[in-house]
Design a protein around this ligand. Structure first.
Ligand code: GLN
Length: 305
């Protein structure tokens, strides 16, 4: 059997001596307070259980990783109809860019850049009477953990500096692609980004995508296999903004990052993995997180490629 635990130990040792050039996100002031030295990793294998290292039990702000969960709900609710309002192509642009949206008539490139996730939030506001509760309940269900919640300080901190996301919403509204009140949609989006989870919880939640849309512990089918396949494809091509190619090239897994320094990734049929290290590279992805996952797929020989 693959010696998963000793591979994680090797990765943690390497990480401890790898120089960091990245910076902890500071445009959301509350995130800048997190020590850059935090590092945790949790590997959850379909047939071989849990392995972990470092601060893997400490919750952090999942930020854009939440976009996978909101997209999952929107896909389940609307199916293909969703794709009249949003595309599924890599953006090749920074996560919070406004540029493409202007010349593409308010249709976001994909659900994992901010414009796309804001549009998905608009869909959830239309479809649910209490979208915050529905989203949180969904995450709690797939994680089997009712204590998952938001960090109120992070929520307020981002709300106070949300001008760019408000601009994205206004631009899409001007093109007729946002149907609800802008403040309501912004509130939901900022809420979902402020959800906190630890590496173990994220790996458990992402097992859904590694396991064909079924919960591993009881085989309950939460989303269809087709929906799962599609979400994984979008993670592969769009999960890392303008670094999606680099992540595929180095790591070779579908995944999603967040500016809290987390990355969750999957190998369908094999494992879900999550890593946390706050310093971000210039593209907004965890610098050491990417390194750790690159080492994981190299040392185990298990990537989708
Ligand atoms: N809440 C963050 C934002 O909107 C999420 C960005 C991210 O994690 N890439 O800027």
């Amino acid at each position: 059997m693959t010696p998963y635990q000793s591979i994680l130990t090797t990765i943690a040792k390497e990480i401890a001596t790898t120089p960091i050039t990245g910076k902890v996100a500071s445009y959301i002031p509350e995130l800048a307070k997190i020590p850059s030295s935090k590092f945790g990793m949790h590997l959850y294998c379909t047939n071989a259980g849990h392995y972990n290292i470092g601060h893997q039990n400490e919750r952090f702000s999942i930020q854009s990783i939440s976009k996978v969960f909101s997209f999952t709900l929107a896909m389940s609710l609307l199916g293909d109809e969703l794709f009249t309002r949003i595309d599924i192509e890599p953006s090749g642009n920074p996560f919070n860019s406004l540029v493409q949206l202007e010349y593409e008539n308010g249709i976001p490139r994909n659900p994992f850049i901010n414009a796309g996730a804001l549009l998905i939030a608009d869909v959830l506001v239309s479809e649910f009477s209490n979208p915050k509760k529905e989203l949180l309940d969904f995450i709690r269900k797939i994680t089997s953990n009712d204590t998952i919640a938001i960090n109120q300080q992070v929520f307020e901190s981002e709300m106070a500096f949300n001008h760019r996301n408000a601009a994205l919403l206004n631009l899409m509204k001007a093109f007729g692609n946002i149907r609800n009140d802008i403040d309501t949609v912004l509130d939901l989006y900022t809420f979902q980004c402020a959800i906190e989870m630890c590496c173990k919880e994220l790996a458990t939640a992402f097992m859904l995508y590694a396991n064909g849309g079924k919960l591993l512990h009881n085989n309950e089918q939460i989303i269809t296999e087709t929906t799962t396949k599609r979400i994984n494809a979008v993670m592969q091509t769009c999960g890392f903004y303008d670094e999606a190619g680099e992540f595929s090239f180095r790591v070779g897994l579908p995944g999603k990052s967040g500016v809290g320094g987390g990355i969750a990734a999957i190998h369908p049929g094999h494992y879900a993995v999550s890593v946390w290290s706050p310093p971000l590279n210039p593209k907004g992805n965890s610098e050491l997180g990417m390194y750790a996952l690159e080492r994981l797929t190299s040392l185990t020989g298990l990537s989708v490629f």
